[in-house]
Write a protein that binds this ligand. Sequence first.
Ligand SMILES: Cc1cc2nc3c(=O)[nH]c(=O)nc-3n(C[C@H](O)[C@H](O)[C@H](O)COP(=O)(O)OP(=O)(O)OC[C@H]3O[C@@H](n4cnc5c(N)ncnc54)[C@H](O)[C@@H]3O)c2cc1C
Length: 393
Amino acid sequence: MKNKEPRFITQGPWLSDQHIDFRMKVRSFAEEVIYTAAFEYDREERFPQEIVEAIGKQGWLAINGPKEFGGSDADFMSFVLLVEELARVDGSMAGTVAAHNSLGVNLLNSFGTEAQKKQFLPGLCTGKQLWAFGLTEENAGSDSRGTETTAELVDNHWVLNGSKLFISNASNPMTAGVTIQAITKVEGNKKELSAFIVPFDTPGLTATRMRNKLMWRGADTAMLELKGVKVPLENIIGEPGDGPRITLGALDNGRLTIAAMGLGLAQGAFEAARSYALKRKQFGKAIGEFQAISFKLADMLMRINHARAHLYQSVWLKENNLPFANEAAMSKLYCSEVAKEVADEAVQILGGRGLLKDSPVERFFRDQRILQIGEGTSEVLRLVISRKILKEE
Ligand SMILES: Cc1cc2nc3c(=O)[nH]c(=O)nc-3n(C[C@H](O)[C@H](O)[C@H](O)COP(=O)(O)OP(=O)(O)OC[C@H]3O[C@@H](n4cnc5c(N)ncnc54)[C@H](O)[C@@H]3O)c2cc1C
């Protein structure tokens, strides 16, 4: 194997030459098409449809989508590299692409029937559509059993009522539909939760964009209202009661992509801090020559390398059909915490300039914050990991 990994990425056993070429392709795209625009759409809090469509044209809005429906059919490692390289430049686009692929295309492809796949995947594989995932509600955050949205059988249809909060990709012109978790039965204090396909043009479904976010200001995050939303019987995914199996399955994969966002963001922040440390002179020398600064850079890169090794190992477990849920939780937790530490140190290295909106690290400092909250908060992930430790014989 040739060693072609870019600087500050250690060659490991996980990536083929094709993966490394793919990384470089995404990197060039992100630097050429996204880097400059990201400052502007972040400031304006604008969903950059033209950029999401350009990403779609590359085949990256169905990166793991099956060939028969027009998807790119790449392996999961390529998806992780895609998200990592987008996040190295911009969190909003990394989040948009990750949520759509893992909680949209991949969820429908893994859990949908053949008929559902035939109906919805070809559109999603054109790269012109986005799919959303509606789990979170006012009273259902970390505890998704708090779901209050209901789905009732009426006249051979499912009729959904309720609302959802913080739903990615759910209120823009590319949104084609959303997967909704809803209660289908209550017995005593036990809820039966199921997952439904809801096309975006179904009467009774309204979406409102949530504004004034700290981070991911270019990403679309929405509130959904479902009032008598009527979908055919065959729009249930799996069987009644399969909701938790489907959402938890999707989230195990999703956590690997949140980890990739943390890793890419940390890489971007490290590289920006390093170039600044080489250029900025104080007391007659480059600040990188002060040990206080060079040791920070050493610690940043060490953490990034550990995070990458752990994440790629977790992806390897998944791709080899070995248990990976606990490792995915660890990767997500670790990479998101590395992102926090590295972005913070990068701001410190840039001094006052790191606090300005036109600095490359100010957005990293804000964008990293969601990574410790979305798809399992750090506290909940520690619960998941510690429960597994205590269960082992
Ligand atoms: C930008 C953005 C995009 C999002 N996209 C989506 C999406 O596409 N689809 C979707 O369904 N959701 C989405 N979410 C929602 C996200 O997944 C939730 O915010 C997350 O699950 C946490 O839920 P919560 O915000 O209600 O916090 P809560 O669950 O209310 O947690 C609040 C605090 O309590 C702690 N806590 C809760 N339970 C425990 C416990 N048992 N032990 C210890 N501590 C605990 C948490 O760790 C946290 O610190 C998104 C959120 C954001 C901000």
